[in-house]
Design a protein around this ligand. Structure first.
Ligand SMILES: *Cc1c(COP(=O)(O)O)cnc(C)c1O
Length: 411
């Protein structure tokens, strides 16, 4: 009987030569020698550059792109990205330090996130970056700090919209949220802001993440523009920047279809003239994390042992959920599904086999592939997890079981 279950789309972003995956212009086996050990993450700079170019080809040219660093804060990646996009979005003092080491001008760096400490706020004010305010209380703290430092802080209001981003796996706006200020409270906040020593930059309206549906993004963009236009009437000055969030998803699982960016771009192009009419001085910004980096990255670990248990084959590797929580299915997924996983040095192989790829941790959750078909593999072979350039290493519990951390390279 043939297997009719949906399959992963073939990962076409990397070349295969002599049955071996190529990355950064060399065979994976050679890169593993170059890195000197497994496991490691490898990010391909050419793929990142191409992804940004692809987006620009489909988006209206007046839209600026920002990189949301938490998707992949590796300093080399952020340096590379700083030369490709118009701004960086950070979510901690640590990310801010990495962003400030790039050539990106500070006023094009923004800092979002609830619970910013006094220390973080003071550093950001001194640096001259834009603070996306998550509450009225935070606004008061920023204003006080500004007075004490003798610097006028640059601020934007993060709005918790009165709508949700549909078909998004992670909703970050609409209903009660810890993020942003409820839309209906923003007019009063802006009136207060007008009495404080703050430079008002604009609005930040981010409603969700990992969306593969152009129609859902389209609807969210329409509502975001409507909301921004209505709030702008209460603003103390012109809206310099309107950050409409991102939410562009990437396909991870069998049956996932890549986001139709062409349609998203066309729709934005149709909406912009109306927005221009109401907000003539406003720079529209899309902030993307995952979409820019996820598909450019792979996670690589070595098979230590091929083990059989009651008819099921397990490839026991030196990598696992402590390095790549998302691939194990434990980073916000409701139902565990396999990431695209393959034997990188034996892409087709001579025979195929259904195997489970596991790590060294003493928990059944440590599963990188659950009964997937791949080339027959044994000790020494290299297992590759695709779509691993975002929310990989820094979204994983590396201290769990005290194994060494993986290496990370930009190639
Ligand atoms: C996490 C986050 C992003 C990035 O989301 P992606 O799904 O990686 O594109 C953008 N903006 C804000 C405010 C975020 O918190």
């Amino acid at each position: 009987m043939s297997d009719t279950r949906p399959k992963h789309a073939a990962p076409t972003q990397f070349e295969v030569r002599d049955d071996c995956l190529q990355i950064g212009g060399m065979p994976l086996t050679r890169l593993a020698r170059r890195v000197g050990r497994t496991p490691f993450y490898a990010y391909d700079r050419q793929r990142i550059t191409e992804r940004v170019a692809f987006l620009r080809q489909h988006l209206p040219p007046e839209i600026h792109l920002h990189y949301a660093m938490k998707a992949n804060p590796m300093p080399a990646v952020v340096q590379h990205m700083a030369g490709l996009v118009e701004g960086l979005d950070v979510a901690s003092a640590g990310e801010m330090q990495v962003a400030l080491d790039t050539p990106m001008p500070p006023h094009l760096i923004s800092f979002a996130g609830p619970g910013k400490t006094g220390e973080e706020l003071a550093c950001a004010i001194a640096a001259g970056i834009v603070l996306n305010m998550e509450s009225e209380a935070e606004m008061e703290r920023i204003a006080d700090l500004g007075v004490r430092l003798g610097i006028r802080p640059k601020v934007a209001v993060r709005v918790n919209p009165d709508f949700e981003l549909k078909s998004s796996s992670m909703k970050m706006g609409g209903g009660p949220k810890q993020f942003g200020v409820d839309a209906e409270r923003v007019p009063a906040m802006l009136a207060r802001l007008n009495t404080l020593a703050l430079d008002f930059e604009g609005f930040h309206i981010f409603s969700g993440s990992q969306n593969l549906k152009a129609a859902a993004l389209q609807e969210s963009h329409e509502k975001t523009f409507q909301l921004a236009i209505s709030l702008a009437r209460h603003a103390p000055g012109p809206i310099h920047t309107l950050n409409i969030g991102g939410g562009f998803g990437v396909p991870y699982f069998p049956g996932d279809q890549a986001l139709d960016v062409e349609t998203v771009g066309k729709n934005l192009g149709q909406l912009l003239p109306g927005v221009r009419h109401h907000l003539p001085d406003t720079q529209i910004v899309l902030e993307l994390g995952r979409y820019l980096v996820a598909e450019a990255g792979i996670y690589v670990c070595s098979v230590l042992e091929r083990k059989e248990s009651r008819g099921q084959v397990f490839l026991v590797t030196d990598g696992g959920l402590h390095h790549h929580l998302a691939a194990s299915g434990n980073f916000g997924q409701v139902i565990r599904k396999n990431y695209p996983v393959t034997v990188g040095n034996r892409m087709q192989g001579s025979e195929r086999e259904v195997v489970s790829v596991v790590g060294p941790l003493c928990t059944p959750l440590d599963l990188l592939a659950d009964r997937m078909e791949m080339a027959g593999a044994d000790a020494g072979d290299l297992i590759v997890v695709f779509q691993s350039g975002a929310y990989g290493l820094t979204a994983s519990p590396t201290a769990f079981l005290s194994h060494p951390a993986p290496a990370e390279v930009l190639v």
